[in-house]
Write a protein that binds this ligand. Structure first.
Ligand code: NDP
Length: 449
C-alpha cells in the first residue's frame, strides 16, 4: 500500500458496517483507523436492535406470566420494575460496546473516539484538529431519527432517548406506524402503559403484506392499543404537572406522559464535508454509491444506512464486508439485495421475505396464494384467542415460492429458515414434499394445500 498516506483506510463511524469493514480490511493487511463520535457499536448495538430486543424479551414476560396459571403455576406478588430492566439492558449495551472495541483492538484497528469530517478525497480532520491522510475513506455514519417540525416537538423523544426513561410512562403517544412505532407500542403495552399510535396515513407497516398488517392491527387493538389514523401530530403542549397534551388531526387532544416520534431515520451526513471531495448528496442527505459502494469520488466509499438503500444491520455488515474484500482482499464482490428477510418485533411479531401478495400480482400476475390461519397450540391451551397467519405467495406458472409472510409467536425464528428456501428458488412442491415437524407452528409451512 502507498506510504504517502498515513493509513490505507480511514473509516468514519464504528457501527455495524464500519466495524466489519475495518476489521476485514485490517485482516487483509491494510493499515486501518476508525473515528467514532459516540460509542463503538453504532445504532444496532447501542440504541437499536439489541437493546430493543431485550426490552421485547423483558416485556413479553407479562404474557407468559398471565398464561402461566393455565399451566399450573401460581405466581404471587407479580410486579415489574422499569429501572431494573432498563439498567440491565444498558449494562448489556456496555458489554457489547466493550466487545466491539476489543474486536477492533484485536485486529489492530486504531480508534479515535471523536468526530471526523472529510476535507478532501484523501483527507479527514478530527474534532481535536488533527489532520489525517488515507488512501481510502469509508463513510459509515449511519442514520439519525427524523423529527417532523411542529410546536412542542422539543418535548418529544426519539428511539435514542427511549432506552433511558427515568420512569415508565403511564400514557404513551407514538407518532408513526413503522418498525420502531410498532415495536415500542408492543413493549409499552405489555408493560402496562396505555399506548396511542398516531400516523399520518391510514396504514401500519407500509410495505408488509396486507393480511399480516390487518392481523397485527386487530390483535394489538384487542390488547388495548389505540390508533389514530390520518392525523399527524400538529402540536404538543406541556402541562403544569409535567404531562403533555398531544394535538393530532381533528381528534380531541390526547393526554400523554411521553411522546415518542418514530417517523423514519435520515442519513447523518450534515456537516460531514462530502462536498469538499466533490460528492453531491441525494434528496434526503444520502450518499449515492455504485454497486461496489463507491461514491462519485474514487477514493471514498460508503456503506450502511448513510446510503439509504436498505436500513438493516445485516445488510450494512454485508456491504462493509464486500467493500473490504473488494478493495483490500482482491476478491471483488457485490451484495445481493434480493430476498432480504425482515421482521418486526411487535407483539406478536411478524416476518417476511420476498414479494407480498400485492407486489406479486403487480409484477408477476399469475400467482397462487396459500394461507394457514391457525390458533397456536400454546394460545389455545392458555385460552388466548389470538391467531397466527402464514402465507405463501407462489408463481402459478413455475410453482416457485415468491414470498413467505408470517405473523404469530416466534415468526422471525421460523422465517429465517424459510428465507433460504425462497432465495434458493424452491417450489411449492418442494415445501409439500417436506415432512412436517410436529407439533410446531413452523409445520404450517409445509401443510398448506
Ligand atoms: P419507518 O420507515 O419504518 O416508519 C416511518 C413511519 O413514520 C411510517 O408510519 C410513516 O407513515 C411515518 N412518517 C414518515 N415520514 C413522516 C413525516 N414526515 N411525518 C409524519 N409521519 C411520517 O421508520 P422507523 O422510524 O420506524 O424506523 C426507521 C428504520 O429503522 C426502518 O425503516 C428500518 O429500516 C429500521 N428498523 C428496523 C427494525 C427491524 O428490522 N426490526 C426495527 C427498527 C428500525 P406512512 O408510511 O404511513 O406514510
Amino acid at each position: 500500500m502507498a506510504d504517502e498516506f498515513e493509513y490505507d483506510l480511514f473509516v468514519i463511524g464504528a457501527g455495524s458496517g464500519g466495524v466489519r469493514a475495518s476489521r476485514v480490511a485490517a485482516a487483509h493487511g491494510a493499515r486501518v483507523a476508525v473515528a467514532e463520535e459516540y460509542r463503538i457499536g453504532g445504532t444496532c448495538v447501542i440504541r437499536g436492535c439489541v437493546p430493543k430486543k431485550l426490552l421485547v424479551y423483558g416485556s413479553h414476560f407479562a404474557e407468559e406470566l398471565q398464561d402461566a396459571a393455565h399451566y399450573g403455576w401460581t405466581v404471587e406478588g407479580m410486579s415489574f420494575d422499569w429501572p431494573t430492566l432498563r439498567d440491565t439492558v444498558l449494562r448489556d449495551v456496555d458489554r457489547l460496546n466493550a466487545a466491539y472495541t476489543q474486536t477492533l483492538e484485536n485486529n489492530r484497528v486504531e480508534r479515535f473516539l471523536e468526530r471526523a469530517t472529510i476535507t478532501g478525497p484523501n483527507a479527514v480532520r478530527l474534532a481535536s484538529g488533527r489532520e489525517i491522510s488515507a488512501k481510502y475513506i469509508l463513510v459509515a455514519v449511519g442514520a439519525w431519527p427524523f423529527m417532523p417540525e411542529f410546536p412542542g416537538v422539543e418535548h418529544c423523544i426519539s428511539s435514542n432517548e427511549v432506552f433511558h426513561l427515568d420512569h415508565l410512562p403511564r400514557r404513551v403517544v407514538i407518532q408513526g406506524a413503522g418498525y420502531i412505532a410498532m415495536e415500542f407500542a408492543g413493549i409499552f403495552n405489555a408493560l402496562g402503559c396505555h399506548v396511542t399510535v398516531v400516523n399520518r396515513s391510514d396504514q401500519i407497516l407500509r410495505g408488509y403484506d396486507e393480511g399480516l398488517r390487518d392481523r397485527l392491527l386487530q390483535i394489538t387493538m384487542a390488547r388495548g392499543i389505540d390508533y389514530a389514523f390520518n392525523c399527524p401530530i400538529s402540536r404538543v403542549d406541556r402541562q403544569d404537572d409535567g404531562s403533555f397534551t398531544v394535538t393530532a388531526g381533528t381528534r380531541d387532544p390526547i393526554p400523554a406522559d411521553a411522546v415518542l416520534i418514530a417517523t423514519g431515520r435520515k442519513p447523518k451526513t450534515d456537516g460531514l464535508g462530502l462536498e469538499l471531495a466533490g460528492i453531491a448528496l441525494g434528496a434526503i442527505g444520502e450518499i449515492p454509491v455504485d454497486e461496489y459502494n463507491r461514491t462519485a469520488c474514487r477514493s471514498i466509499y460508503a456503506v450502511g444506512d448513510v446510503t439509504d438503500r436498505v436500513q438493516l444491520t445485516p445488510v450494512a455488515i454485508r456491504e462493509g464486508q464486500a467493500f473490504a474484500d473488494t478493495v483490500f482482499g482482491h476478491a471483488p464482490h457485490t451484495v445481493d439485495y434480493s430476498c432480504i428477510p425482515s421482521a418486526v418485533f411487535s407483539q406478536p411479531p411478524l416476518a417476511s421475505v420476498g414479494l407480498t401478495e400485492g407486489q406479486a400480482r403487480d409484477q408477476v400476475g399469475n400467482i397462487k396464494v396459500f394461507t394457514s390461519d391457525f390458533r397456536p397450540m400454546k394460545n389455545v391451551f392458555a385460552g388466548r384467542m389470538e391467531r397466527g397467519l402464514y402465507k405463501l405467495v407462489v408463481d402459478a406458472n413455475t410453482d416457485r415460492i415468491l414470498g413467505v409472510h408470517l405473523i404469530g409467536p416466534e415468526a422471525p425464528e421460523v422465517l429465517q429458515a424459510a428465507a433460504i428456501a425462497v432465495r434458493a428458488g424452491l417450489t411449492k412442491a418442494d415445501f409439500d414434499a417436506t415432512v412436517a415437524l410436529h407439533p410446531s407452528m413452523a409445520e404450517e409451512l409445509v401443510l398448506m394445500r
